[in-house]
Design a protein around this ligand. Structure first.
Ligand code: SAM
Ligand code: SF4
Length: 334
């Protein structure tokens, strides 16, 4: 890895885009209630990018000044060849940060190889420490497997590990203190996420399940002292140090604290659609460009530069209305 190329991706609002999130599969071994319908239909193979195409796209972005790539999904580690892809991405010139978001189910076996591939930091989703609740939320997951995965990853020694927890009122909101205690015990960070209305979910009413970051903060204040952190990860999370520990607590609050003015990211779906905003449908079909101009890096880069002109100013989420975004988070690449 060398230092990032001069940033060339700037949108109409003067925001520089230097961070790409790639969903390398829409498939997953879990079926989390806020992320997917129970009977999801996944994309046929012909419709998804090959691993080589993903690599070519990532290279185009790094040549345009993108220095950070997050691999996500679906569950990225269930895609065959994911590790080889990560190894190849880890060698891209100009890529300073290769990071991963995973549900943790494969970490016991893969953590060491991921670190060797050049993955610097990982985010692992964990919403509850109660095995029955975990099964109910993920529909298919096994809590112990994920906990073992987090412990294995912590032992391997990534630069940072962060737990992501989506908090739903009446389901896991009572556990925020226990989750922070677990993070502290394992020397990792944790972010609490307000649920976003992506796709139609059947099990709960998103408006009723809304539990704001401020309520979580107030709950935590009974057990921990949180000091605002100066650390800026360049993302939507607002961080606090848990006084007396190595851990930080972050809050991703799409509803209660809009973070769009500092947005530096775009998302690539596994269908090759470049999404310019998590909460809008504005997109450009890069798979079409790639397949109609094989080997033409210049055409691809031009399409990416032009895509910046359709990046919207902000997301339009409203938790109290039916979702206008019908794509689920597994397609989007959370
Ligand atoms: N399978 C991996 C995982 O679970 O970490 C990566 C993909 S998952 C879509 C990425 C993140 O999005 C997870 O932390 C998950 O909790 C979060 N997520 C999924 N659906 C969401 C929703 N509707 N609102 C907020 N976060 C969501
Ligand atoms: Fe799978 Fe992650 Fe979605 Fe859960 S949040 S269903 S683990 S993609």
């Amino acid at each position: 890895m060398t230092s990032a190329a001069t940033p060339q991706l700037v949108d109409r609002f003067g925001r520089t885009v230097n961070y790409l999130r790639i969903s390398i599969t829409d498939r997953c071994d879990f079926r989390c209630v806020y992320c997917m319908a129970e009977d999801m239909v996944f994309l046929p193979r012909a419709q998804i990018l090959t691993l080589e195409e993903i690599h070519t796209l990532a290279q185009a972005f790094t040549e345009l000044g993108v220095g950070k790539i997050r691999i996500t999904g679906g569950e990225p580690l269930v895609r065959k060849g994911a590790l080889e892809l990560l190894q190849n991405l880890g060698r891209l010139d100009g890529l300073n940060e290769l990071v991963l978001t995973t549900n943790g189910s494969q970490l016991v076996n893969m953590a060491e190889a991921l670190k060797a591939a050049g993955v610097k930091r990982i985010n692992v989703s964990l919403d509850t420490l109660d095995a029955d609740k975990f099964k109910a939320i993920t529909r298919t997951g096994d809590l112990q497997q994920v906990v073992n995965g987090i412990k294995t990853a912590a032992a391997v020694g990534f630069e940072r590990i962060k737990i992501n927890a989506v908090i739903l009122k009446g389901r896991n909101h009572q556990e925020v203190g226990d989750l922070v205690a677990f993070a502290v015990e394992n020397g990792v960070d944790i972010s609490f996420i307000e649920e976003m209305p992506l796709g139609v979910v059947a099990q709960h009413d998103r408006s009723d399940a809304y539990y704001s970051s401020d309520r979580i903060k107030a709950d935590l204040a009974r057990e921990f002292t949180l000091m605002p952190s100066t650390a800026n990860t360049g993302g939507p999370s607002k961080y606090f140090n848990v006084v007396g520990t190595q851990s930080r607590v972050g809050f991703i609050s799409p509803h209660s604290a809009n973070f769009c003015s500092a947005c530096n990211r775009v998302r690539l779906t596994v269908e090759g659609r470049l999404l310019l905003c998590l909460g809008n449908e504005h997109s450009v079909d890069l798979k079409q460009v790639l397949r109609s101009h094989p080997g033409d890096m210049q055409a691809l880069k031009q399409a990416i530069i032009e895509a910046m002109l359709v990046k919207p100013e902000k997301h339009e989420f409203n938790i109290h209305e039916q979702p206008v975004i019908l794509r689920y988070m597994n397609m989007t690449g959370g």
